[in-house]
Design a binder for this molecule. Structure first.
Ligand SMILES: NC(=O)c1ccc[n+]([C@@H]2O[C@H](COP(=O)([O-])OP(=O)(O)OC[C@H]3O[C@@H](n4cnc5c(N)ncnc54)[C@H](O)[C@@H]3O)[C@@H](O)[C@H]2O)c1
Ligand SMILES: O=C(O)C(=O)C[C@@H](O)[C@H](O)[C@H](O)COP(=O)(O)O
Ligand SMILES: [Zn+2]
Length: 362
């Protein structure tokens, strides 16, 4: 097992990465403050891993809450179901929530923990590659609004992240690929040697080679932890973690939540952001091809759906959280391994990228 620490100055918390961790009670107990614990999961992950986790924690079935699966349930209504359960079961301020699942469960449960009685503890137990490399770390929590992705949320850090790589054995291939998109993102924004490593090991990752997976999770978490430690609330540097997301979130909201997986939408968005970077003379065109080629080898889409024309993109990008004074700002690449901070871009260049991808779209 590897242990990383995310250091936020006044606070820090561990990220445990390894196999068999769902059975390691000793990893959980130091991060549970009181006697009341609720494990929140969904109806896909629950049947796979809930019984084992409850046994590890010595909890009865009544300590669990099973929510419906899917991005379309990442809503305030679902968060309210957690509040209902906490209140009906008389959970106090020193209770701990345990989020068992992918990024959707982690974001929902984290947000419920941020709000219930003005904030209770929670532990992230991520079971998708995407959640293990990205969403479980860093404290962004929240839910979607029909008009915009993750529009209602809070920063609320978990007490610990416990990433059991063995849970990835049951992950559907499409979900694994979606997670690889966020892994590739770290190579693009701040870790060129990791990008090269990914070019050499993408097939090993896709066939779930345990060493390759463990290495990718650890290196991704290390990158994320360093960025979040430097800028917890996205005053500056943290925005680079949003590379490709301005386009990607537009696809998720525009197509209807759940039609495109988050990682798929981000993969397309990273191609668009790379193209725009080249148009603006920041990134060599050959690097755009290198990026598209690696994403395609990962089994990811690289062009947007035909239904997302330029106008649809611009409508959704108009509510991006990085906008200032109503102006769209984008993260660009100066080279593979070096991202810019968010910056306004000339409208005609943005429209040229949207037009180019509109023409090639599936
Ligand atoms: N908070 C953050 O910093 C952050 C970062 C990246 C993404 N996100 C959010 O994360 C979400 C995407 O997360 P995701 O890709 O994990 O999707 P997800 O949570 O929907 O999980 C994907 C699917 O896999 C299932 N699943 C989970 N673990 C499984 C397992 N071990 N075996 C079999 N099936 C399993 C889930 O039930 C679901 O059907 C998006 O809402 C995105 O906005 C948040
Ligand atoms: O942790 C971050 O910061 C990120 O931006 C990570 C992203 O991969 C993630 O999708 C995040 O949820 C996006 O946040 P948002 O603020 O753009 O909603
Ligand atoms: Zn993301």
């Amino acid at each position: 097992m590897k242990t990383l620490t995310i250091d936020l100055g006044a606070r820090s918390y561990p990220i445990y990465i390894g196999t068999g961790l769902l059975s390691r009670r000793d990893l959980f107990t130091p991060h549970i403050g009181g006697e009341q614990v609720m494990v929140v999961t969904n109806d896909v992950v629950g049947p796979l891993y809930l019984e084992r986790l409850l046994a590890t924690l010595g909890l009865p079935d009544e300590a669990a809450l099973v929510l419906p699966d899917g991005e379309r349930h990442k809503t305030l209504e679902t968060v309210n179901r957690i509040f209902d359960a906490l209140l009906e079961r008389r959970y106090s301020r020193n209770a701990t929530l345990v989020a068992l699942g992918g990024g959707v469960i982690g974001d929902i449960v984290g947000f419920a923990a941020a709000c219930y009685q003005r904030g209770i503890d929670f532990i992230q137990v991520p079971t998708t590659l995407l959640a293990q490399v990205d969403s479980s770390v860093g404290g962004k929590t929240g839910v979607n609004h029909p008009l915009g992705k993750n529009m209602i949320g809070a920063f609320h850090q978990p007490r610990a992240v416990i990433a059991d790589i063995a849970t990835l054995d049951t992950l559907p291939e499409r979900e694994l690929q979606a997670g690889i998109a966020e892994v590739i993102k770290y190579g693009l924004i701040r870790d060129a040697p990791f990008f090269t490593w990914l070019e050499d090991h993408i097939e090993a990752l896709r066939r779930r080679d345990p060493d390759a997976l463990t290495y990718a999770v650890e290196r991704s978490c290390r990158n994320k932890a360093e960025v979040v430690a430097a800028d917890e609330r996205e005053g500056g540097l943290r925005a680079i973690l949003n590379f490709g997301h301005t386009f990607g979130h537009a696809i998720e909201a525009g197509m209807g939540y759940g039609r495109y997986l988050h990682g798929e939408a981000v993969a397309i968005g990273m191609c668009q952001a790379a193209d725009l970077s080249a148009r603006l003379g920041l990134l060599p065109r050959r690097d755009v091809q290198r990026i598209e080629s690696l994403l395609a080898r990962a089994g990811l889409p690289t062009t947007p759906p035909a239904a997302m024309d330029g106008a649809a993109f611009l409508r959704h990008m108009a509510v991006d959280k990085k906008n200032r004074d109503g102006q769209i700002r984008l993260i660009l690449l100066e080279e593979i391994g070096r991202a810019t901070l968010p910056r306004p871009v000339p409208r005609e260049s943005l429209e040229a990228t949207l037009h180019e991808y509109g023409r090639s779209g599936a």
